[in-house]
Design a protein around this ligand. Sequence first.
Ligand code: ATP
Length: 461
Amino acid sequence: MTQDRQKFEKIISLCKRRGFVFPSSEIYGGFAAVYDYGPYGVELSNNIKSAWWKEMVQYREDIVGLDSAIFMHPKIWEASGHVKGFSDPLTECRKCNQRFRVDTLLDDAGVFADEKMSEDEINKIFDDNKEKIACPNCSAKDFARAEKFNLLVQSNLGNLTQDWTKDPTYLRGETCQGIYVNYKNVLNSSRVKIPFGIAQIGKAFRNEITARQFIFRTREFEQMEMQYFVHPSEEMDHYEKWRERRWKFYLDIGLKEENLKWHKHENLVFYAKEAYDIEYNFPFGFKELEGVHARGNYDLTQHSKFSKVELDYLDPVSGEKYIPHIVETSAGVARTFLAIISDAYTEEENEGEIRVVLKLPFKLSPIKVAVFPLLKNKPELVEKAKAIFDDLKLSLMCEFDDNGNVGKRYRRQDEIGTPFCVTIDFETLENDTVTIRDRDSMKQERIAIKELSNHLQQRVS
Ligand code: ATP
């Protein structure tokens, strides 16, 4: 096993052991490419979403939020092109019958291929490079012809007379379609004027072909998307600004810059002006974290055509009427989660032992402060610790822990990335001071209880 794979396996194991991520339906043998978020996972995930929402909605006067439904009119997916064109090229290993995405197999072999190529184009490249590509599962070099496989997930939602096999309702394949079809509602009900954005965080569903990539590629996942509506002549200016802002966002939430890079799309869909992905150096290599795309007016034009509703914008000052162009920023919660944990995962030597610590940025840590009574069988210590916990929990996500000895409690908090541990000992009972232990330096300092809350809030923020 390579070192990177080893690190990845350790991260997956820590995520399960410490309650970040569980395989779905585990007691029934699991359910492929679906995961559940445990007690610390849901906190980290919420903190990522909150950082994104602050940056994209709260701190901006020109962007508003939206929460559109997962079920939408089936015509939307025809208009968007998903019913016909939302597919990946799939192949099957003839020896072990495992299925793979051909573009990913080619990519891993260092051959460029794009998921948007036609079936014939991709089969030609696949044939030409046959010798280079072995099955990641059984190493055989015998694959079936690649076929396009539609990624939309169908449901049987509908009334009893509807034949849903002919006329299916889909679980949405991306959140942004909910934004496009609500563009007029937002325009008419809020005070936005072009240029403006609509932001949304929500679930999306895709029939993905996956290959042991943990939460990187799942069939149910969350997206954080923002569509920015602009005048056609200003599209590329806004696009460049959004590229800069989105790059900075990842630095602000603590990712190391050397683990980020830009990837320019060479094979653009016909309507797009330019598209870049921000890639992160995951333990399995640089892969997409977020897409920033200049999409022209394709989305609104298509929805206007299919719905027969005018989706023009009337400039209140110049009187000009036009269909806005769109700059899209589209990120995944789980991929950001995995990037953050991969960046933070650290093993260091400490007194002859290996200490595992998640050096998460404080604002993303699931638990900010852990409160310990030194001994659990001393009621006066427990009572005092509970009182401190009850006070701190009003402003910070805290955890009370009296299990095992203090060393063991530190190890557990290090592994879930808690920046500070507060211990209540016998000296506390004499002079109302406690010790604070810092996760990264492991240094301890004594501080008066009356200063504790302020001190911790300042350091966490
Ligand atoms: P990929 O090429 O990796 O399949 P994509 O280009 O299809 O991704 P988009 O449709 O642009 O992805 O979706 C925007 C973002 O949503 C991606 O950058 C990613 O962070 C996230 N995302 C997409 N598909 C998945 C998935 N199956 N599981 C988890 N996150 C996903």
